[in-house]
Design a protein around this ligand. Structure first.
Ligand code: TNX
Length: 521
């Protein structure tokens, strides 16, 4: 049966957790290598400082960024511990040190780090700031569950780390989750909460599905009706909403501070009913343009694939989105277009892809866009023929983000009787979400898979709590597929580690699903 766990603030009693510090081989995603040390480990006290270390000239230029990482770590640790944890410039004494070291092995990459803990302190080293940030997430996970509490927590004062050396770096360069803010709108504050969960599991991309039949969620000054008309509703008929440029940039900044790149998606030419309701002249197929559209059918809408007007429109949108987005990608959607001919579709995709490149960005598309020459393809649809088309694209050089709907879709039900989510791609329990290999699921050109993504579509989800129930515990399964070495893949080991996350979510006040396939304590 279904059990919802809503955390201690909702009256659920805290569950027992293993005594003593958590060893690094228990965290999610599991690190590349863990070497236990000897001795007592390190205990945070009221004398602990967070130090940022000096270095070479090249490193000095990044000193401000390292300091901000230290401040963010201090904020996270101060709330539950009540310790002062001042951030200081280099000084002797015990504490947590964040050290940039460009001399670390090149294989460490931009996101890799080394963490050592012993009686004298904790030291995180990385070749760049991003690696330091990922290392601070490991540090969080090595402390007791109460460290996730937003208020003084009961596990103290034993804020102790086991003695250890961790060497770590990701398997894939792209590890993402997608939030559909079109079917149901989520406020900037709610999106920040979503980002917090992604950052903890070392994801590095947030894909925002900003437009669909039911709503257009990003302001485009040259096209005011997109939001004046297209943002006024959502699935179920509730009011919807949209992000102003300032809202969007605030989300981007919050993500950036956690070393996540925002990938904005404008879904064209299909899934475009909200845009067509705002600008009916973009329709040449004579399709109905119901507005508000509060249902969940797919495939009925399409922009006119030919003529100048539509490309002026897409250029207006692409230009504005490129202006607001510091990351390298713009996602152009391209899924489920049922009303125009394949040749027209491919030519449309090719032209919009060119507009994205002209705006200085790399176009990304759902796997259907392969014939339109899009070089970074997001695989989702395993139905007849799609994987052949995708393999051929990879043989021409395309790269692939794996988000197979039957494995990584965070909106699929855990089991058929589950109250939230959909079942069109099957049910996805935690083992199904975890037990696959992104490199070999499809027969693609070797090396063409650059990572994984978990899309969270929101036809049936309209509150942050509902998002959490779908995300936890499946997001950490995907995060581990994206980060941890293939050789470490082991369901039996993973489910035991995952079970330990529950107490952490309870401390954080996150809802999660106590699925029976996970041995929760
Ligand atoms: C298919 S996956 C869609 C979305 C739906 C989703 C629901 C994809 C590219 N398109 O429009 O929201 O299924 O699971």
């Amino acid at each position: 049966g279904l059990q919802r766990v809503l955390g201690p603030r909702d009256g659920t009693a805290a569950r027992p957790v293993p005594a003593g510090p958590r060893t690094a081989d228990r965290i999610v995603p599991v690190p590349l290598s863990v070497t236990p040390g000897s001795g007592p480990g390190y205990r945070l006290t009221d004398r602990t400082v967070i130090r940022t270390a000096p270095g070479t000239e090249a490193v000095e230029r990044q000193a401000g960024e390292v300091r901000r990482i230290a401040e963010r770590l201090a904020e996270t640790l101060r709330r539950p511990t009540g310790l002062p944890l001042p951030v200081v410039e280099p000084a002797a004494g015990d504490g947590i040190a964040l050290v940039l070291d460009p001399a670390l092995p090149e294989a460490t990459g931009t996101e890799g780090y080394r963490l050592t803990a012993d009686a004298d302190g904790v030291r995180i080293t990385a070749r760049g700031p991003e690696g330091l940030f990922r290392g601070t997430q490991t540090l969080r996970q090595l402390l007791p569950p109460g460290i996730e509490s937003p208020a003084p927590a009961a596990d103290g004062p034993e804020w102790t780390l086991a003695p250890v050396t961790v060497e770590d770096r990701p398997r894939y360069r792209y590890r993402g989750a997608m939030l559909d803010v079109a079917r149901h709108f989520f406020t900037p504050a709610e999106v920040k909460g979503f980002i917090d969960r992604l950052a903890l599991y070392k994801l590095n991309h947030l894909h925002l599905h900003l437009t669909d039949d039911q709503g257009w969620r990003i302001e485009v000054p040259a096209r005011p009706a997109l939001t004046a008309v297209g943002a006024t509703s959502e699935v179920g008929g509730t009011p919807g909403g949209f992000y102003t440029a300032a809202d969007y940039q605030e989300i981007v900044r919050y993500a950036q501070e956690r070393y996540l790149t925002v990938v904005p998606e404008i879904d064209v030419p299909g899934h475009s009913n909200a845009a067509l309701a705002a600008y009916p002249e973009l329709d040449c197929t004579g399709s109905a343009r119901p507005w508000p559209y509060t249902g969940t059918e797919v495939g009925f809408s399409t922009l006119c694939p030919t003529g100048d007007a539509v490309f002026t429109f897409t250029r207006d949108v692409v230009t504005e989105l490129a202006r607001l987005t510091p990351g390298p990608y713009l996602h152009i959607g391209g899924d489920e277009v049922k009303r125009i001919a394949p040749a027209e579709y491919a030519e449309f995709v090719r032209r919009v892809g060119e507009q994205v490149r002209a705006a200085g960005k790399t176009p990304v598309g759902w796997n259907q866009t392969a014939p339109g020459g899009i070089g970074l393809l997001q695989f989702w649809d395993g139905r007849a023929g799609r994987d052949t088309e995708l393999r051929e694209a990879t043989e021409r050089g395309a790269e692939v983000i794996m988000s197979p709907s039957g494995r990584s879709y965070l909106d699929m039900k855990y089991e058929s009787t589950y109250p939230l989510g959909l079942v069109w791609a099957g049910t996805i329990d935690v083992r199904t979400a975890y037990d696959w290999d992104p490199d070999t699921l499809l027969p693609l050109r070797a090396g063409s898979v650059v990572g994984v993504e978990g899309p969270l579509w929101t036809e049936t989800l309209d509150t942050p709590g509902a998002l959490d129930l779908m995300l936890l515990p499946r997001l950490p399964a995907l995060a581990e597929l994206g980060w941890s070495p293939r050789e470490s893949h082991d369901w039996g080991h993973f489910k035991g580690r995952l079970a330990e996350e529950g107490a952490r979510w309870e401390a954080a006040g996150y809802a999660y699903e106590r699925r029976p396939e996970v041995p929760w304590p």
